[in-house]
Design a binder for this molecule. Structure first.
Ligand code: SF4
Ligand code: SF4
Length: 440
C-alpha cells in the first residue's frame, strides 16, 4: 500500500484545483456535490495519502465508488492529471480498507476464470436465444426487489444479433449468405499487406458478441491485414483494474502480453473500447515492475482500436447499406484513448450510411461495468439521458464501439419499449462487404 500511496502522491501533485474538470463530470452534473466531482475525489485521495482521512471512511468509500471511471475529466484538465491511473490506485486503497460488494466480487470471480465464465455466458446465450430474457424483461415490474434482475436481462437481450434488412425497413427475400465464421477472403485484387494483427477477443465480447469479433477479422482481412489466431489470451483485466484489484489485473495482463508476444504480431486489435484502453495502459500497470515494464510498454505500443486500423487503410468501400446511424462515443475510446474520428470514418466509408452523432455523445452512457446494477438510481438517470439523446437522433440503428455501452444503451431502449438495434461500427462495414461479395 505504501507503494500505491507514493504513486498517488506524485500523480496528485499536478492538480492546481482549477475546477475546469467539473463541467465534464456526469456525477457532479447530476448531484451538484463537490465530493462527487473529479476535483473533490482528488481532494479525498490526497487526504487519505496524507493520513488525514481513513480509507474505510464513508466519505472516501462512497465518492470513490460513485465515480463512473469515464475519464471525461482527463482531456479537459490543463495540468494533465492522470485521473484514470489515480482512480485505480484509489480503488485499490478503498478495497483494501473495505472489501467490495458481493456483485462486484462475483463478477470479478467469473470474468477472471474461463472455467466459470464460459458456462455463465453460455447460459446467457441460451436465455437470449430462447427469448426468455426478452420475456422476463417485459413481465418483471420496473420497481421492487427484481428491478436489477430486469435491467440485467434487458442488457442480455440487447446483445441479440441485428437484422440489417429489418433495420433498413425492407423484407429479406434473398437467403442471407452467411460468411465463413473465422475468415474472410478478399476478392482477386487483394490489398497490400498492412501488417500482422492479433485480435483481442475479450471476455464479454467473445461470450455475447462473437459476431463482432468475426466481423473484426473479416473487415481487417478485407483491408489488407494478415490476421492470426492468438492462442492463450484471456480477459484484458480492465474490470479488475477498475475495481482496484491490481494484482488480479496484472496477472491477466501478463498472460496477454506473453500470448501476443508469442504470436509475433505488429498490432493488437481491440474492438472493445474498455479492453483497448486497459491494454494501452499495461505500461502504467507494470511501471514499478522492472522485469515486466519494458515488455508491457512494447505491448501497449502495439494496441490499436480496430477502427484505427481500418481507418488508416481507408477503409475500402463496399456495397450500399441504406441506414441512418445514431453514433455515441464510448468513454474509453474517446477520453481514455483519444480516438474520435476513426469509428465515424469507418461508418462513413459505407455507401448509403448517414452518421448522426448524438447530442452529448462525449458523455458516459452510465454503463461503466455494472454501474447500473450497483448504483440503480444514478445509473438510471445518466442512462436515461443517453437513451433520450439516441432516440432524439431518430436513426434506424444506434451505434457505439464498446460492448458495455452497447448493452447499456440497448437495455435502456428495450426498457422503453423500443426494439432499435445497437451495433458496432465494424458490423455495418461487414454487412457492406458481405453485400459487395467480398466474402466467400
Ligand atoms: S484535475 Fe485538472 S482540471 Fe480538475 S481541478 Fe485538478 S488541475 Fe483542474
Ligand atoms: S471519471 Fe467520470 S465520473 Fe469519475 S470524476 Fe472523472 S468525469 Fe467524473
Amino acid at each position: 500500500m505504501a507503494q500505491a500511496y507514493e504513486a498517488q502522491r506524485e500523480r496528485l501533485l499536478p492538480c492546481v484545483h482549477c475546477g475546469f474538470c467539473l463541467p465534464a463530470c456526469p456525477t457532479y452534473n447530476r448531484l451538484g456535490d463537490e465530493a462527487d466531482s473529479p476535483r473533490g475525489r482528488l481532494h479525498l485521495m490526497g487526504a487519505v495519502v496524507e493520513g488525514r482521512l481513513d480509507p474505510a471512511s464513508d466519505a472516501f468509500q462512497t465518492h470513490i465508488d460513485r465515480c463512473l471511471g469515464c475519464r471525461a475529466c482527463e482531456p479537459v484538465c490543463p495540468s494533465g492529471v492522470e485521473y484514470g491511473a489515480l482512480l485505480e490506485l484509489a480503488r485499490a486503497t478503498a478495497t483494501e480498507a473495505r472489501p467490495p460488494g458481493v456483485l462486484t466480487r462475483g463478477l470479478l470471480a467469473l470474468m477472471g476464470r474461463p472455467l466459470l465464465r464460459k458456462p455463465f455466458l453460455l447460459s446467457g446465450r441460451i436465455l437470449r436465444a430462447t427469448g426468455l430474457a426478452a420475456l422476463a424483461t417485459r413481465v418483471i415490474p420496473s420497481r421492487g426487489p427484481l428491478a436489477s434482475v430486469r435491467l440485467a436481462l434487458a442488457m442480455l437481450d440487447a446483445t441479440r444479433p441485428w437484422s440489417p434488412e429489418a433495420a433498413e425497413g425492407r423484407r429479406t427475400s434473398e437467403s442471407r449468405a452467411v460468411p465463413r465464421r473465422d475468415r474472410a477472403l478478399s476478392p482477386g485484387d487483394a490489398p497490400p499487406n498492412r501488417g500482422r494483427v492479433g485480435v483481442m477477443l475479450g471476455c464479454v465480447q467473445a461470450g455475447l458478441y462473437s459476431r463482432v469479433n468475426e466481423a473484426t477479422v473479416r473487415t481487417l482481412e478485407a483491408n489488407g491485414y494478415e490476421v492470426v489466431t492468438v492462442a492463450g489470451q484471456d480477459c484484458c483485466g480492465a474490470l479488475h483494474a477498475h475495481a482496484g484489484r491490481l494484482d488480479g489485473a496484472r496477472a491477466l495482463a501478463e498472460n496477454n502480453i506473453v500470448a501476443f508476444e508469442r504470436a509475433g504480431v505488429d498490432f493488437i486489435a481491440a474492438n472493445a473500447a474498455g479492453c483497448g484502453a486497459a491494454m494501452k495502459d499495461y505500461d502504467v500497470l507494470f511501471e514499478a515492475d522492472a522485469a515486466m515494464s519494458a515488455r508491457a510498454a512494447a505491448s501497449s505500443e502495439r494496441v490499436r482500436d480496430v477502427t484505427e486500423l481500418l481507418a488508416s487503410a481507408g477503409p475500402r468501400p463496399g456495397a450500399e447499406v441504406r441506414l441512418s446511424v445514431a453514433y455515441d462515443h464510448p468513454c474509453h475510446l474517446l477520453h481514455a484513448q483519444g480516438v474520435s474520428g476513426p469509428p465515424i470514418s469507418v461508418l462513413e466509408a459505407v455507401p448509403g450510411v448517414e452518421v448522426r452523432v448524438i447530442v452529448d455523445a462525449d458523455e458516459c452512457c452510465g454503463g461503466a461495468g455494472i454501474y447500473g446494477l450497483t448504483h440503480p438510481d444514478l445509473g438510471a438517470r445518466i442512462g436515461g439521458d443517453k437513451v433520450a439523446a439516441v432516440r432524439a437522433a431518430s436513426a434506424q440503428v444506434a451505434c457505439t464501439a464498446n460492448p458495455g455501452c452497447m448493452m447499456q444503451i440497448g437495455a435502456g431502449l428495450r426498457l422503453e419499449g423500443s426494439s432499435q438495434a445497437v451495433v458496432h461500427p465494424v458490423e455495418v462495414l461487414d454487412e457492406s462487404y458481405r453485400r459487395a461479395g467480398f466474402y466467400h
